[in-house]
Design a protein around this ligand. Structure first.
Ligand SMILES: [Zn+2]
Length: 114
């Protein structure tokens, strides 16, 4: 089920996510480079991308919802690694409803954090 990308394709996608979601680290403002991104899930509906900052070591998970063109980013703690997140998020196909649920959930979380 997990799509594999060739190298160029992957670089292009990463650049797209940098341009679309975040060019700089939320915490320290360090610019992200392609090697700081890990694409965890990429479907027709949504993408989940892991951003890690080389400078301050902070980690963010971004979700990008293609049909509505909205992205959301939240800090994560480092004890959940990229492989674990990948396993969790690739367990089944994500439906639009689930994405909306997730989106609303992330909105809530953001409010709580702020
Ligand atoms: Zn940083």
């Amino acid at each position: 089920m997990v799509k594999s990308f060739n190298k160029n394709n992957l670089d292009e996608k990463k650049q797209f996510f940098i341009d679309t979601i975040a060019k700089f680290c939320d915490k320290c403002g360090n610019p992200y480079s392609r090697s700081d991104l890990e694409i965890i899930q990429d479907t027709n509906i949504s993408s989940i991308i892991h951003f890690s900052c080389v400078n301050c070591k902070s980690n963010h998970i971004a979700t990008f919802f293609k049909p509505i063109g909205i992205s959301n980013r939240m800090p994560i703690n480092t004890d959940l690694n990229v492989e674990e997140i990948g396993k969790f998020s690739s367990m089944k196909e994500t439906s639009v409803e689930e994405i909306l649920d997730l989106y609303l959930y992330l909105k809530e979380q953001e409010k709580v954090v702020l």
